[in-house]
Design a protein around this ligand. Structure first.
Ligand code: S3P
Length: 205
């Protein structure tokens, strides 16, 4: 290989270093429905960028010393949502990281405003059938313990997608290798954070 032609790996790590420099202290917050792949993709994206990965649901469980189904059952959803907002507010401070959030977190105006101020938001958009297939594998989502999980997912998508659409970036989550989604996240972050804006007509000589 010639010295003048940087390898694909070097170009990639240059791109990743530029993203991390451009982020400064800002976290990247992953939003999206249950089963969209926020934790799986988030963990891999963090590894790629050399940033810490945190999962808001795990932090909530640790803070409460209870699982999410136990919190819902013992204290109810409104109590869970208040704790979720507090935990996310705390996690938005303390430097750059990849932060996966639970599907309902971005629906709270106060949390959206904090994310807008302090972070870059990235929506992993998934189709209803992909979500249904993925969430069927686990029974730890209290909102889906209904007689008709497909109907519940369709209702939540109707309520949430118009709000998720306000994220800074959107990536289509689908059944392809996780690394492909991570590549798309890296490319979208680089475009968003590091591409110089095209000069306007008045700036051209
Ligand atoms: C929820 C999603 C869950 C968890 C809780 C509520 C939601 O997180 O926060 O069960 O309202 O969509 P995941 O999106 O990580 O599954």
């Amino acid at each position: 290989m010639s010295d003048s032609a940087p390898s694909a790996a070097a170009a990639r790590s240059q791109q990743e270093a530029e993203i991390v420099a451009a982020l400064g202290e800002r976290p990247v917050v992953l939003i999206g429905m249950m089963g969209a792949g926020k934790s799986t993709v988030g963990r891999r994206l963090a590894l790629r960028l050399g940033l810490p990965f945190l999962d808001a649901d795990t932090e909530i469980e640790q803070a409460a010393a209870m699982t999410i189904p136990e919190i819902f059952e013992t204290h109810g959803e409104p109590h869970f949502r208040d704790g979720e907002a507090r935990v996310i507010a705390r996690l938005l401070d303390g430097g750059a990281k990849i932060l996966a959030t639970g599907g309902g977190a971005f629906m709270r105006e106060e949390t959206r405003a904090r994310i807008r101020d302090k972070a870059i938001s990235m929506w992993l958009e998934a189709e209803a059938d992909v979500i249904l297939r993925r969430v069927k594998r686990r029974a730890d989502r209290p909102l889906l313990q209904t007689a008709d999980p497909a109907g519940t997912i369709a209702r939540l998508i109707g309520e949430r997608y118009p709000v998720y659409r306000g994220a800074d970036l959107t990536i289509a989550s689908r059944d392809v290798p996780h690394e492909k989604i991570v590549d798309e996240c890296v490319a979208a972050l680089h475009d968003y954070l590091c591409s110089a804006p095209a000069p306007t007509l008045s700036e051209t000589p």
